[in-house]
Design a protein around this ligand. Structure first.
Ligand SMILES: [Zn+2]
Length: 191
């Protein structure tokens, strides 16, 4: 089982400070028909991810309805240029499974997950920030291929002394990359 590198620990603090990793407000996610969960298979982390998203159904459905699609690396397999995609075209495979899941189950909400530390991400030499970048590219890919789907991005962090799931703000990520030296920009409202 891996642990967060010092570099990723610093990135994690920065991403929290700049509100790119935000507390999950489950009311913002429409779970009335269920959710297609796209996450890494990691057996040390997936149970916690599953447990968290199960609780998000409270107030929306009498019981959780989670259609789980889990491959090593999870949503990081979706961007066509991801270093995790091999000649087997895992991006196409995953997309097809998402498409079929939508049709079979009538679920339009898709939750894309990355997590740290991730063995598959580590094997590809990815940092936490590169993983967040790929996660947001995964969202863009889904929005292009399945324009009617509702897509939200999440990041699960195992700090070693505790685990947390965060919502990932795409607009704040873009802002941080546009204005890397202006931390005052992070205090604007909205996401
Ligand atoms: Zn993983």
């Amino acid at each position: 089982m891996g642990h967060l590198s010092d570099k990723d620990r610093r990135a994690y603090s920065k991403l929290r400070e700049r509100q790119i990793l935000m507390d999950v407000d489950s009311h913002r996610l429409n779970l009335s028909a269920g959710v297609i969960l796209v996450a890494c298979s990691d057996g040390d982390q997936l149970p916690d991810i599953f447990n968290n998203i199960s609780h998000s159904f409270e107030g929306q459905r009498p019981s959780a309805r989670i259609h789980t699609i889990a491959l090593n690396g999870g949503a990081l397999l979706l961007p066509a240029n991801s270093p995790l995609v091999t000649s087997h075209r895992e991006d196409e495979v995953l997309l097809e499974h998402i498409r079929v899941a939508r049709e079979l189950k009538g679920i339009d909400t898709i939750a894309l997950y990355t997590h740290a530390p991730c063995g598959a991400g580590g094997m590809a030499g990815l940092t936490l920030e590169q993983e967040i970048d790929l996660l947001l590219s995964a969202k863009s890919r889904i929005k292009t291929e399945l324009p009617d789907a509702k897509v939200a991005c999440f990041c699960h962090i195992d700090r070693g002394d505790g685990k947390r799931t965060y919502f990932v703000s795409r607009s704040r990520w873009i802002l941080m990359n546009m204005y890397p030296d202006s931390p005052g920009m992070w205090n604007i409202q909205g996401q």
